[in-house]
Write a protein that binds this ligand. Structure first.
Ligand code: NAD
Length: 309
């Protein structure tokens, strides 16, 4: 991998991945593309700011020497639910145009796409690699469609696609975002920083989560694994850990955060989305391909304190 393009490169995971890749000897150049400004670039990175669907943009951000594309630019879950047209435009039209552009390069570049547990909807109690996707949100449907596009264009030999269905990434630093799962970071991050927050779901709700460290390492590992490990079905459920909201709050208290800063006010709109997301998985393919999972909730909180507080 000489030249890596990260779309959504100004976002949470894009920035972390860029920093990790910039330390590698085999990566010469990183293009970070986002509609938001990107200050403080890591070494080897250049920034291009704009809209994925702006005329001429794809040719600008993905020239023929790009050999790996990490496509993270997306309208996230509550955003895509609140604005159907925007979700379709970015998550479907933007992705398809990107894939068609890469096909046109004729170089079969690696394409890493991040899907989500939201692709599932109603599932059996334990999800495995063969569980079908029946999304119950626009975001989940758009991610599932993206998975099929990447798989089919890889089957045709246009791209070398790899799809990770990410667990909810906890703890996201900074401010709450428009993901329906934003509270999963907020109930830890805010009290750790002495700030009040609201939990819109019940304490019993189980969540399937992974830390920013684990997910960043997984994105890099996904780019490194040989293509034949991914074929013929190039979508895998990334290994995570199952924790209930109550267990997260217990770990918060052990880490010195004050659970009294959490206001427990149910939000039926948020609950309706996240309660359809599966929380218990058997991740045979992820494990066999060498992806590593977090160990404990306590460790995830300690890593947040070290990396992001
Ligand atoms: N963070 C998680 O918990 C999680 C879980 C599952 C899947 N994912 C997926 O992983 C990817 C990255 O997630 P993240 O948490 O870093 O999200 P993020 O919102 O922090 O980053 C996404 C970036 O995409 C950019 N973007 C959106 N529309 C754009 C457009 N039209 N043109 C250019 N840039 C545009 C945004 O400005 C943003 O910086 C997303 O595709 C998301 O759906 C994330």
């Amino acid at each position: 991998m000489r030249h890596v393009l990260i779309t959504g490169g100004g976002g949470f995971l894009g920035r972390k991945l860029a920093t990790a890749l910039s330390a590698r000897a085999d990566v010469a150049r990183i293009t970070l593309f986002d509609q938001a400004p990107m200050p403080d670039l890591p070494p080897k990175a250049t920034a291009i700011v704009g809209d994925l669907l702006a005329p001429g943009m794809l040719a600008r951000i993905a020239p023929p020497d790009v050999d790996a594309v990490v496509h993270l630019a997306a309208v996230v879950s509550s955003g895509a639910e609140a604005d159907f047209d925007l979700g379709m435009r970015v998550n479907i039209d933007g992705l398809r145009l990107m894939l068609e552009h890469l096909r046109g390069l004729g170089t079969c570049p690696k394409v890493l796409f991040t899907s989500s547990v939201a692709a599932f909807g109603a599932t059996p109690p334990v999800v495995d690699d063969d569980t079908p996707t029946r999304p119950q949100s626009s975001y989940g449907a758009q991610k599932a469609i993206g998975e099929y596009l990447i798989n089919d264009m890889s089957r045709k030999g246009f791209i070398d696609g790899r799809v990770l269905r990410l667990p909810t990434v906890v703890i996201r630093p900074g401010k709450p975002n428009k993901a329906a799962s934003s509270f999963a970071s907020g109930i830890l991050r805010e009290p750790l920083n002495g700030v009040a927050t609201t939990c819109p779901v019940s304490r019993d709700l189980p969540l399937w989560i992974a830390s920013p460290r684990a997910v960043t390492a997984a994105l890099a590992h996904a780019l490194d694994t040989p293509a034949d490990l991914w074929a013929p079905w190039r979508t895998i459920n990334l290994a995570g850990v199952t924790v209930t909201v109550a267990e997260m709050v217990e770990a918060l208290a052990r880490a010195g955060g004050d659970p009294g800063l959490i206001d427990w006010t149910p939000d039926p709109a948020i609950a309706a989305i996240v309660e359809t997301w599966p929380a218990r998985f058997k991740t045979a393919r992820s494990d066999a391909m060498g992806f590593k999972r977090d160990r404990t909730m306590d460790e995830i909180i300690e890593n947040y304190k070290t990396d992001d507080m």
